[in-house]
Design a protein around this ligand. Sequence first.
Ligand SMILES: [Zn+2]
Length: 122
Amino acid sequence: MPVIVYCSNCGKEIRRTPALVKKNRTGRFFCNQDCTNAWWEKNGGYANTGCPKKERAVEMAVRTFPLGEEIPIETIAARVRQQPGKYNLKNAGVARYLTMGDYMALSAPGVWVRVDPAEVAA
Ligand SMILES: [Zn+2]
C-alpha cells in the first residue's frame, strides 16, 4: 500500500512505497528530476553536502579582496566560480547576492567596492 507524500518543490501528491519513505533521510520528496533540480536551485544546492550555499560562496569570494578596492563584477564572478561548490553564477546572479549582502557597495555600474559592514552600520 503506497504512502502519499508531497513534492518538496511543487507540492504535488506523489505515491511512494513505505520502504522508500522510511529510507528517506531528508524528509524531501520530488515528483521528478525537474522538480529535484528546481528545488536545489532555489535552496542553494549542496546545502547538506558540506559545500557552501551560493550566498556564502559569494561572500567567501568577496572576502578575498582587500577592503576599499574597486572590483569589476566580472572579476568577482570569476572568483565566486573558484569557491567550493563551484557555482557557475553569472555576473547578474553575483550582483544580486552582493546587493543582498552588506559587505559590498556599488561604486559605478558593474563595479563594486568592498566595505566593512561595521563601518557602514556606524
Ligand atoms: Zn514536483
